[in-house]
Design a protein around this ligand. Structure first.
Ligand code: OGA
Ligand code: NI
Length: 362
């Protein structure tokens, strides 16, 4: 779809530079055509129609880990193994990130998105290597078709951290503080995941899974016709691991046994999910599962997704299935690939809902 046809079905008073939030601020009452998904895509096989299935994303209490008690730690590791294998998703509570900081980062994200469009324009994607990029649905070089009902910004945090001045004041302190805690929680989770694979605690760290980190902070404005569009089309994540903070509104769904299951907001919890690179290096032991975000008439909804991945940054490491997990009975299912090569293909695929990972299957 070209820029011109997209603009045709917007009210004349609305400029695309003010994002989806701009449409809502202009009090549109109908979802423009460029945002509408086929009803077959939106249909929801509601899990409540299926009896006898326990369709709740597992909630794991990291507070149960006690460094003097190996069996308590192993019990947590076993829950993580189960969740990684069956769901690809779980929620963690008592994860060590202060609850006040969770509020601060959500507020900071909201404050930035509610700034004047003129302020946000300064952060639009350009050719320069900006660390902080605001990309609303219209201006995103990798936008999906149909468009998503959201505005977002990205902040690249590792391996090359931003100067605080590169981050807008509205969320600067919160982004810097939150990213430090996410790195710590990520370090613990990669240890637990290594143990869940039956390998050395530090194997994933040694493979540089923690080397790259970027944050994608979403603002899903209230939608006048929530059943016609999506906040994010179905996709898997281009990461080793994703740590997501969502507010209390809800809308995130994961595809489990062919049903869209709600990831119900749990106060103070962080949602953890396996990305494509985790599925690749674990040779399908851990699953990178499709998920999407429904829109809501309430809102705005705020979420903060932190991806452990070096994204497009130069990184020559070739990733393939971990040798220790392979045997004659369990041969490698994927060929090796670098993160930048994978990422450019993933972005170019235009979020068509197909798994990009399957292209690297042997
Ligand atoms: C993502 C994502 C979910 C959410 O950013 O990849 O899946 O709830 N976000 O915003
Ligand atoms: Ni995602």
């Amino acid at each position: 779809m070209t820029e011109t046809t997209e603009k045709v079905d917007l009210p004349a008073s609305v400029s695309t530079t003010s994002g989806v939030k701009g449409l809502v601020d202009a009090k549109i009452t109908e979802v423009p055509r460029s945002f509408r998904y086929p009803s077959s895509t939106l249909s929801n096989n509601r899990p409540s129609e299926i009896s006898g299935l326990n369709l709740t994303v597992p909630i794991i209490d990291l507070g149960e880990i006690n460094n003097n008690n190996t069996s308590a730690r192993n019990a947590v590791v076993s829950k993580i193994k189960d969740a990684g294998e069956k769901w690809g998703f779980f929620q963690v509570i008592n994860h060590g990130i202060p609850l006040t900081l969770l509020e601060d980062i959500k507020q900071g994200v909201r404050r930035f998105h509610e700034e004047d469009p003129e302020v946000k324009k300064n952060y639009f994607p350009t050719d320069s290597n900006k660390k902080f990029v605001y990309s609303n649905s219209f201006e995103d070089p990798y936008k999906s078709t149909p468009l998503n009902w959201r505005d977002s910004f990205t902040c690249f945090l590792a391996p090359d951290p931003p100067n605080p001045e590169e981050i807008p004041v509205a969320c600067r302190d919160a982004v810097m503080d939150y990213s430090k805690h996410v790195m710590e929680l990520g370090t613990l989770l990669f240890q637990l995941l290594s143990e869940a694979l039956g390998l050395d605690s530090d194997i994933l760290k040694r493979m540089d899974c923690l080397k790259g980190l970027f944050m994608l902070c979403h603002y899903y404005p209230p939608c006048p016709q929530p059943d016609l569009t999506l906040g994010i089309n179905k996709h898997t994540d281009n990461s080793f691991l994703t740590l997501l903070l969502q507010d209390q509104i809800g809308g995130l769904q994961v595809l489990h046994k062919d049903y869209w299951v709600d990831v119900t907001p749990v106060h103070g919890a962080i949602v953890v999910n396996m990305g494509d690179f985790m599925q690749l290096i674990t040779n399908d032991k851990f699953l990178s599962v499709e998920h999407r975000v429904r829109t809501n008439i309430d809102g705005p909804r705020i979420s903060v997704a932190c991806f452990f991945s070096s994204s497009l940054f130069p990184n020559a490491t070739v990733y393939g299935p971990i040798k220790e997990l392979l045997s004659d009975e369990s041969p490698a299912k994927y060929r090796g690939i670098t993160i930048p090569e994978y990422t450019s293909g993933y972005l170019a695929s235009g979020f068509d809902g197909k798994s990009h990972l399957s292209k690297y299957r042997i």
